[in-house]
Design a protein around this ligand. Structure first.
Ligand code: S3P
Length: 429
């Protein structure tokens, strides 16, 4: 099994990181939404990670013509999406599988979505149940909860759906289905989850509005959408590993240009700021999304923090934030984060097991954890096949050294992560 050995960081670093991975959520959406146009889309800086390349391959299987040179992608959609002659493999990507469910539910044909062993164990009922309610024919193990999922696409009824969970994946799947429904549909969530789908589809000409009561109103498509003309910004969730690195290494500083400053994505930076790190945000452009530079600098020992609100805005960054919490003065607490249990791994269990291995005291709750700040010891960390666990504890390795086992998963979202980390310390792969 692949391993990384990270040495302690012996001197402070001051780096501008131009090569942070492009945004995963936006890249998935580019591959899929380009299929809703009748003209070629041009996507620059597409994430060439395994997850998003899987979404692009699926677009090809559905009839798109894809020309790709590194991250530059030209995607010409077919006149009509084609019934593929093989299964559609989403790899490790929950976003890929859940959004394609919504996109394909209203398309004539037979489609089988599958993925790796981790994805095949993750709950899909959250999208398949509301889609079944509006007429979609979807089945799979546990009555449509577990992949492989079979979709027999057909006509869909307009809906009014109030989601019990704040999930951008569920919201996006339902919005994509609504575009092919037989009338205007209404979707509401308790708390706004990341809103790339609404922003991008609106930018392509779809009618998606939020009314005074918080319902998202989606009109079915009358004609194909405008093509995408987009440069994917850097991924704040990937940037955050280096933000934590700068916040815990005395004298360190990182500048991350070209990153999305969408408020639904940068909450973890706000929490790190609350813990005492010096953070600056410079807005530079606004194309589908606000984009700019984030600078993070060490500013003394971090202080403990309690996090129980706006969880959807920092859910992916909680593992890296847990490393910051473990270095802080005092006891930090995370609550209302039960969603962590159904990510690429059970991230409550995998974060706490890794912290325990490093000698940090923790307490587990059904929906979160408490972490008592302390001193890291070097340890052997099992990533559980979860990219964010592997990268979070590689960053913890900057403090005292760390060995991380099962690191292939890093290629799903941030293929050059260890190259960038090598600019900070010695890394043996
Ligand atoms: C994503 C939404 C989030 C996030 C995931 C990507 C997306 O999941 O954790 O990494 O691109 O829509 P949920 O919306 O299911 O919470």
């Amino acid at each position: 099994m692949s391993r990384a050995v990270v040495s302690p960081c012996l001197k402070p670093f001051d780096l501008t990181l131009e090569a942070i991975a492009p945004d995963k959520s936006i890249s998935h959406r580019c591959a899929m939404f380009a299929l809703l146009s009748d003209r070629p889309s041009s996507i620059r800086n597409f994430l060439t990670g395994e997850d998003t390349l899987a979404s692009l391959s699926i677009a090809e299987q559905l009839g798109a013509e894809v020309v790709r040179r590194d991250g530059d992608v030209s995607l010409t959609p077919p006149a009509q999406l084609r019934e593929p002659d093989d299964v559609l493999d989403c790899g490790n990507a929950g976003t890929g599988m859940r959004l394609y469910c919504g996109l394909l539910a209203g398309v004539e044909g037979s489609f089988v979505l599958t993925g790796d062993r981790y994805l095949r164990a993750r709950p899909m009922k959250r999208v398949t149940a509301p889609l079944q309610e509006i007429g979609a024919k979807i089945d799979g193990r546990e009555y449509g909860n577990l992949a492989p999922l079979h979709i027999r696409g057909g006509s869909l009824r307009a809906f009014r759906y109030e989601s019990p969970i704040d999930s951008a994946q569920v919201k996006s799947a339902l919005i994509l289905a609504a575009l092919r429904a037989d009338g205007p549909s209404y979707y509401r969530e308790n708390f706004l989850s990341r809103d790339h789908t609404e922003r991008m589809l609106r930018g392509m000409g779809a009618s998606i509005k939020t009314d005074a009561e918080g319902w998202i109103v989606i009109e079915p498509l009358e004609k194909p959408l405008e093509p995408l003309e987009i440069t994917v910004p850097a991924d704040p969730s990937s940037a955050f590993f280096f933000a934590v690195a700068a916040a815990i290494i005395p004298g360190a500083r990182v500048r991350i240009p070209g990153v999305t400053l969408n408020p639904t994505r940068i909450e973890a930076f706000k929490i790190l700021e609350q813990m005492g790190a010096a953070i600056d945000y410079e807005l530079e452009e606004d194309l589908y999304e606000p984009i700019g530079t984030i600078t993070v600098a060490y500013n003394g020992k971090l202080r403990a923090v309690e996090v129980s609100e706006r969880i959807a805005w920092l859910i992916d960054e909680l593992p890296a934030l847990a490393v910051a919490m473990a270095t802080a003065e005092g006891r930090s607490v995370v609550r209302n984060a039960a969603e962590l249990r159904v990510k690429e791994s059970d991230r409550i269990a995998s974060v706490l097991a890794a912290l325990h291995a490093c000698g940090i005291e923790t307490e587990e709750y059904p929906d979160g954890y408490a972490i008592k700040g302390g001193t890291f010891h070097p340890a052997l960390i099992d990533s559980h096949g979860d990219h964010r666990i592997a990268m979070s504890f590689a960053v913890a390795g900057l403090l005292t050294g760390m060995e991380i086992e099962d690191i292939d998963c890093v290629a799903t979202s941030f293929p050059n992560f260890f190259d960038l980390l090598s600019q900070v310390t010695e890394v043996k792969l």
